[in-house]
Design a protein around this ligand. Structure first.
Ligand code: SF4
Length: 212
C-alpha cells in the first residue's frame, strides 16, 4: 500500500513541480521527511541565518534540528521576551538568509494558499528573507484555490485553534463560523501565484502527512 501511495504522490508532486517552474518557484519531491532533511542540508549553507514561522512541519520533519546541528544561526522568534527584543528579532528575521514555513495548502497548479492572523509569517513569505523554503506534506495538496480555502477552514484552523487556544468558533465547535473574533487566524488570505525573484522560493513536497 505504501508503494502505491508513494507512486501516486510522486506523480502528483512531479506535476506540481512543473507548474511551480512556470511560476518561477523551484519544486522538489522527497519521499520521506528524512530525505527532506538531507535536501535542506544541501540547499542551506551551514553558516546561513535561518528563521521560521508558525510551522509544525519544520520541527516535525526534523529539518529544524538538522540545520541547528549543522551550525546554522537559528533565529527563534519565541526567544524574544521583551518588546525591544521582539523588535530586534523581527529585524533579524526580515534579513535572514532562509525563512522556513509550511503552507496551509498547495494547488495541483502550484499556487500556495495561506491564511494568517498577525501576518508575521506571511509577510516574510512575501518580502524580506533572501530565500524561502516551504515544506509541505502531500496532505496539503488540493485541487484549486477554493478547495485550499475550504481545507484551511475545515482542517488547518480547527487543529491550529486547538494547538494555540485561539478561543475562536473553530476551537470551540470545531467548525468555522467566518468569525471576526479577537483571535481570528483568517485575517489575511494570501495566494502566491508567481515569484518575481529567481531562486527565492523553494517548495519541498514530502510524501508523508506533515503538519496541519
Ligand atoms: S474565520 Fe474564524 S472560525 Fe473560521 S476558521 Fe478562521 S479563525 Fe476559525
Amino acid at each position: 500500500m505504501d508503494e502505491v501511495r508513494q507512486s501516486a504522490y510522486r506523480a502528483t508532486a512531479n506535476t506540481i513541480i512543473k507548474k511551480l517552474e512556470r511560476r518561477n518557484m523551484t519544486g522538489h519531491h522527497c519521499a520521506t521527511a528524512a530525505e527532506a532533511v538531507e535536501l535542506a542540508l544541501e540547499l542551506v549553507p551551514h553558516d546561513a541565518s535561518v528563521t521560521w514561522g508558525g510551522s509544525v512541519t519544520f520541527g516535525e520533519s526534523g529539518v529544524k534540528a538538522a540545520l541547528a546541528n549543522a551550525g546554522c544561526r537559528m533565529i527563534d522568534r519565541a526567544a524574544a521576551t521583551t518588546p525591544e527584543e521582539q523588535e530586534e528579532m523581527w529585524r533579524n528575521q526580515v534579513s535572514a538568509d532562509w525563512f522556513f514555513m509550511s503552507t496551509n495548502a498547495i494547488t495541483v497548479d502550484g499556487e500556495l494558499v495561506n491564511i494568517d492572523g498577525n501576518a508575521n509569517r506571511l509577510s516574510l513569505l512575501l518580502h524580506g528573507p533572501k530565500h524561502v523554503c516551504v515544506i509541505a506534506g502531500m496532505n496539503k495538496v488540493v485541487a484549486d484555490v477554493e478547495s485550499g480555502i475550504k481545507r484551511i477552514r475545515t482542517v488547518s484552523c480547527p487543529l491550529n485553534a486547538a494547538r494555540l487556544h485561539t478561543n475562536t468558533p473553530c476551537e470551540l465547535t470545531g467548525v468555522c463560523a467566518e468569525c471576526h473574533a479577537k483571535g481570528c487566524m483568517c485575517c489575511q488570505e494570501v495566494i502566491t501565484r508567481h515569484s518575481r525573484h529567481n531562486d527565492r522560493i523553494h517548495v519541498i513536497l514530502v510524501g508523508e502527512q506533515l503538519g496541519f
